[in-house]
Write a protein that binds this ligand. Structure first.
Ligand code: NAP
Length: 321
């Protein structure tokens, strides 16, 4: 079995950008793009942008571009320089000796001199059928206000945000710029967000907080028209008319396959990087994009991290290969 110089795990903006840089450095990267899955929520090769209708904040696309089209461009650019692609998940990693061993979902083991982890994170959803249907069809349900909030369909409309953490506060504050009113729906009677972020929401003019309310359904055929809520104390049901729903109940980094690999993760499961670099705690193993970034989570910041990871891997291989 020949040893791959660089294996990239993941195929979002971080993975493809790492592939473009590694391929242009003649490292002939192999990109393991993952297997599509639908349960409990859709996860596709290409990552979260595959579930995004319009991307308007990625520089270079003044008219915007659809998320799937954008990922196709990234992939084509990576392939143009010789990136090879395999449609498998990595299920186990052994970084204890060299070459590293990656066990794939098809049973094959791949040997690699260096590895770039770019598996991303998935937004958590409440898990309702209509929520997921409208989220994947561009029907006005989103898990990213910064990505989607400025779209025309949300302008001057009543919008709702679900959640009580910092993300929900941030999304609600951001949406006040576009919405006629922002409804913040939280399942308890107090937020877990930091005080400063809470205050911004609680004191905003066009924001109303609905305490002790759980989302039980999303209404509307092609576009969301409202949400159904249940009071978590009394059990009473009510309907709220909204033209957009932003679900901000946390993210889950895709790092389960790193169990037992020795790669250091933080308490929430994100890969820990060494300082400003893309190095993990294991020499020759790098990480890029949302899998190592709970803060920014943007396509453009993920792409930048992918570039750094490929350059770090290239330098390390030049010194150690
Ligand atoms: P989080 O802190 O885990 O908060 C998730 C929120 O969603 C909680 O309020 C939780 O309710 C609610 N929730 C969870 N599952 C739910 C469900 N099924 N139905 C309804 N509500 C549900 O996640 P986050 O807000 O994404 O923040 C993640 C981390 O990033 C935190 O450490 C945060 O401080 C950080 N962050 C920082 C900033 C910033 O400083 N600018 C911005 C964003 C995020 P309960 O409270 O009842 O559990």
């Amino acid at each position: 079995m020949s040893v791959e110089q660089v294996v990239i795990i993941g195929s979002g903006p971080a993975g493809w950008t790492a592939a473009i840089y590694a391929a242009r450095a003649n490292l002939e990267p192999l990109c393991l793009i993952g297997v599509p899955r639908t349960n409990p929520a859709p996860v596709l090769p290409g990552g979260q942008l595959m579930l995004t209708t319009d991307v308007e904040n990625y520089p270079g696309f003044p008219e915007g571009i659809s998320g799937p089209d954008m990922m196709q461009h990234f992939q084509s650019q990576a392939e143009r320089f010789g990136t090879r692609i395999k449609g498998v998940d990595v299920v186990k990693c052994d970084f204890s000796s060299r070459p590293f061993q990656l066990t794939c979902s098809d049973g094959e083991t791949i040997e690699a001199a260096s590895v770039i982890i770019a598996t991303g994170a998935t937004a958590n959803w409440v898990g309702l059928d209509n929520e997921l249907r409208l989220a994947t069809s561009g029907g006005g349900v989103s898990a990213c206000a910064v990505c989607d909030g400025a779209l025309p369909l949300f302008r001057d409309k009543p919008l709702a945000v679900i959640g009580g953490g910092d993300s929900a506060m941030e999304e609600a504050s951001y949406l006040t710029k576009f919405a006629s009113i922002v409804h913040v729906i939280h399942r308890r009677d107090s937020f877990r967000a930091s005080k400063v972020m809470q205050t911004r929401v609680l004191e905003a003019d066009n924001t109303t907080v609905h305490w002790n309310k759980q989302l039980v359904d999303v209404l509307g055929e092609d576009l969301i028209s409202g949400i159904e809520l249940e009071d978590t104390v009394t059990g009473d049901r009510s309907t709220l008319e909204v033209s957009g729903l932003f679900v901000a109940i946390g993210h889950t980094p895709a790092t389960a396959f790193l169990d037992g690999s020795g790669v250091e993760l933080d308490a929430a499961g994100y890969v820990l990087l060494q300082g400003e670099s893309s190095h993990t705690n294991i020499e020759g193993v790098y990480a890029a994009g949302d899998v190592a970034d709970a803060t920014y989570r943007q396509a453009v910041s993920a792409a930048g991290m992918g570039c750094k990871a490929a350059l770090d891997a290239e330098r390390w291989l030049a010194e150690h290969a």
